[in-house]
Ligand binder design. Sequence first.
Ligand code: AVI
Length: 316
Amino acid sequence: MNPSIGTATPVDAFLLDVQSGLSKSQKTLSCKYLYDQRGSELFDKICETDEYYPTRTELQIMERNADSIADQIGSRVMLVEYGSGSSIKTRVLLDALDTPVAYVPVDISEDHLLRTAKGLQTAYPETEILPVVADFTQPFSLPQSNQDYSHVAIYFPGSTIGNFTPEAAGELLQFMSSILGPQGGLLIGIDLQKEVSVIESAYNDQAGITSDFNLNLLSRINSELDGDFRLDEFKHQAVYNSDQHRIEISIVSQRDQQVRIGGTTFSFRKGETIRTEYSHKYTIDGFAEFASQYGFALHKHWTDSRDYFGVLHLVL
Ligand code: AVI
């Protein structure tokens, strides 16, 4: 089980991204940098908070509809999962599928990916587990399987597509459509539009874990890029933008201040924001229409009783 290596992010690229992001008039840091070791642990804790409904709702949808979802995906499949994480939802799917030929978890975090892949290989000996270390926002090649498979299915759970701007989400769908051959399908989780207070609470949990997760990005810059952010001089902010249907997550400077990062000085005004993440909320029809621009047609979808979350199966 040797992993295929795609494009990971070296320190130089991190520094360049941070320097260019903090030089913009709307200061920005890419949300992909939120997930270092501590960030990933904090994200797992977010998923357990009372307020953060997406993870448990999606898991419930998968568990309740596993057989019907597996039927749609079909047999002798190569299942490719984008951003596989710890693969809890994957196990629900792998259990329900008619012995998938291969499972390809794609993730940027090599250690985590290989550990998960090893566990899955033991649990699913008849399925070839072929991990790919890659930043899935960039094109990567599918690994060779030792067995013939009839089609490829991409699994992109977690509503991670919501963290992409519509333009970047479109590029990703375009790339997905290029690796899916005939009969290929995309199973994707999306967080649905709902009462604003429910969404805002999910990103402003009482225990302050989302705040720690967000501000951890400044700690990461301090330790990896020789920065001197004072964390108590910045605050987490998450506000729903009803026009754009998205949560906008930022870090707000609490006073006029200067920060040095790798020898460069950046100035922050009191109240100035660093945008760290968007989380777009869709409707089923809205997402289907969006995906149709990239050749996808909505085949079937599943939701929960409150219509908080959607799992969609799209085909080319
Ligand atoms: C990973 N992603 C789908 C999460 C979301 O809900 O947009 C990231 C997150 N950020 C803060 N809380 C959760």
